[in-house]
Design a protein around this ligand. Structure first.
Ligand code: AMP
Ligand code: ZN
Length: 117
């Protein structure tokens, strides 16, 4: 856990969130400012600052996060592929548009139009 990290605090239950999924290593919760009818974040409980800090030892964790995405997308109301589907976004660094410095996978979906994107 990193001090003053909002997503570490959500993972620890110190800040409330609308949870979509949780296990020992991963939490998923609704984005507080959704861009689309479905918009949630998949977050490792371990503090990894961004994709730029990923190492080989994180491969299995990242693989689990990515394979959770389609399952949770359907559970949260995305229509099935190919008519429905979803968008995955992982903002990384300042030029990548990252605002929260704790790695997170955005999953966006649902009927268009969306607020952005
Ligand atoms: P990024 O720009 O990729 O770092 O995205 C950070 C996302 O976290 C934004 O879409 C925010 O709306 C979302 N966010 C920030 N604080 C919270 C929170 N307390 N609960 C849920 N989502 C949050
Ligand atoms: Zn953190």
């Amino acid at each position: 856990m990193s001090a003053d990290c909002i997503f570490c605090k959500i993972a620890a239950g110190e800040i409330p969130s609308r949870r979509v999924y949780e296990d020992d290593d991963i939490i998923a919760f609704h984005d507080i400012n959704p861009w689309a009818p479905v918009h949630f974040l998949i977050v490792p409980k371990m503090h990894i600052t961004s994709m730029a800090q990923l190492e080989e030892k994180h491969a299995a964790l990242m693989g689990r996060m990515m394979t959770l995405a389609p399952r949770l997308a359907l559970e949260q109301g995305c229509e099935p592929y190919p008519e429905g589907g979803f968008r995955i976004v992982i903002n990384t660094g300042k030029n990548g548009g990252q605002e929260v410095p704790h790695l997170h996978v955005h999953v966006l979906g649902g009927a268009r139009p969306w607020k952005h994107g």
